[in-house]
Design a protein around this ligand. Structure first.
Ligand code: NDP
Length: 462
């Protein structure tokens, strides 16, 4: 459907409905498709807004200075109290701001300047069709090649990034908060498209965001920058940084670090190869640009997602060839299955069902829905391949892959597994949110799908 309208569009977003600004219902309301009561939704928003920043500092300090031991941190807090915690909170330094600013400017320049195919995104709730430039793979390889080259030729030592990690994270925490305030103000005074609106509550607007597709000018897409080019890219950059830091400290890179970093790099490489597919997912097509998505990608991804390898820097564990290969292969298989689930869905939608899924023509449901402007549209729901196993089966290999790149740290401490646990909670919550949203969107057609594909995530269990 999007493809058909593509020929008409020259702008970076196209409105095919002519509808005015939409108004969101408060989080927690039934119309919002939320699974939580308004009180729970509000309390969790405030809880996350206030707890995520100190958690990032706690995680960094424990990984880098306390051997990854949460119990050592607990003892420290018992002795030193809140004052002690405040003392260890690093202040953002000039070098931290310089590193962040040069990285952000480099990524923004690549996003703007590198050539890429013109890609049409999915029709938005207000009927707009966002247009993107798909240059993620080029940006990814340019970034990694440049980073490794400047280290190799002695122009910059990435170990510096690890040495200033605490200051960088605190600068990111503050800078990204200010950036989210900018997004909030922009949503009020200068939204980029009609996919924007206020819930009438400042906290909800700040947390969940106001604009779906905020842009600077016509073509600089803010969510592509925050989620992909800053957030996901930083994951790969930091994985390389941790390897280099370990090499500088111990004169070698342990097989545990190699396995963990290679799996992370395979995952991020897969992400960039599939980046234009990502523009069809919930993060981009449904979640608005606010604290939840943008702060999360700017701060949580570099600090929490990379934490299993951050732990390994000072723990050069030797796994041996057999165990290393076993974990590596298991992790790559999981990443491949996760990729294949996403690929099947996107191929199926792109070809309007005229493709082969597991060697056969796919089975499907034609699901009708109404846009905000009252227009009737339809989408196809795939009911074969991975999408017949469960409605969100792709989350299983996603969680397992994260487990496999944490496993090289073995089981001496619990904290390196925080990301796996966090991801499991996030994805189970997300599956429920998505189910609610799709039921609200497709009604009886979604119920038909649920009858055919009974389980939400784990076949036979949930
Ligand atoms: P999906 O890509 O699964 O997108 C969900 C949407 O797909 C639904 O809202 C619906 O949208 C459409 N859909 C649902 N069922 C079907 C079907 N049977 N056939 C066709 N379309 C369907 O969701 P995510 O954004 O959650 O996941 C994308 C990827 O990102 C996954 O690989 C996931 O593992 C990964 N991910 C990683 C995270 C991390 O932090 N590491 C966090 C979240 C996701 P529509 O309205 O178009 O019908």
């Amino acid at each position: 459907m999007a493809k058909k309208q593509a020929g008409k569009s020259k702008d970076s977003t196209v409105n095919d409905s002519g509808s005015g600004n939409e108004t969101k219902k408060p989080a927690g309301s039934k119309e919002d498709g939320s699974i939580h009561s308004p009180v729970v939704a509000y309390a969790s928003m405030l809880g996350l807004l206030s707890s995520c920043p100190p958690f990032v500092i706690f995680l960094w300090y424990t990984m880098v200075h306390l051997d990854g031991s949460a119990s050592q941190f607990w003892d420290f807090c018992k002795q030193q109290g809140l004052q002690g915690f405040l003392r260890i909170c690093p202040k953002p330094t000039l070098i931290a701001w310089e590193l962040i600013a040069s990285y952000a400017a480099f990524e923004a320049a690549l996003q703007l300047l590198l050539p890429g195919e013109r890609v049409i995104g999915p029709v938005s709730p207000a009927g707009n069709i966002p247009v993107y430039k798909a240059n993620g793979v080029a940006a990814y390889f340019t970034t990694l090649t440049t980073y490794i080259a400047i280290w190799w030729f002695g122009l910059f030592n990435p170990a510096i990034v690890y040495d200033h990690l605490g200051e960088i994270f605190s600068a990111l925490i503050i800078g990204s908060f200010i950036f989210c305030i900018f997004l909030y103000i922009k949503g009020h005074v200068a939204p980029s498209s009609t996919d924007s609106g206020s819930s009438g509550d400042a906290i909800i607007d700040f947390y969940w965001g106001m604009e779906l597709y905020p842009r600077i000018g016509k073509s600089f897409d803010i969510k592509v920058f925050t989620n992909c080019r800053f957030g996901m890219m930083s994951w790969a950059v930091l994985a390389v940084t941790y390897c280099i830091k370990q090499y500088e400290e111990y004169g070698r890179v342990a097989d545990s670090m190699l396995v963990s970093s290679i799996l992370m790099l395979v995952y991020v490489t897969k992400f960039f190869l599939w980046e234009s597919g990502y523009w069809n997912t919930m993060d981009i097509a449904h979640d608005r640009a606010g604290f939840y998505i943008c702060w999360g990608c700017l701060v949580w991804v570099p600090s929490v997602y990379t934490s299993p390898a951050m732990y390994l820097v000072r723990h050069p564990i030797s796994l041996g060839l057999e165990l290393s290969l076993g974990i590596l292969i298991a992790g790559i298989v999981c990443i491949f299955i996760n990729y294949d689930c996403d690929r099947q869905r996107q191929l199926f939608r792109k070809t309007n069902g005229n493709c082969l899924i597991w060697g056969r023509p796919p089975s499907k449901i034609e699901a009708w829905y109404e846009t905000k402007s009252g227009e009737k549209k339809s989408n196809l729901l795939l009911t074969s391949g991975w999408w017949s196993v469960s409605r969100h089966f792709h989350y299983v290999p996603e969680i397992l892959a994260a487990f496999f790149w944490t496993l090289p740290g073995l089981f001496n401490h619990f904290l390196p597994y925080f990301y796996v646990i966090f991801l499991t909670i996030l994805l189970f919550d997300r599956a429920q949110r998505d189910d609610q949203r799709c039921r609200a969107k497709y009604g009886k057609y979604w119920d038909m799908y649920c009858k055919q594909v009974k389980y939400n995530i784990i076949p036979g269990v949930y």
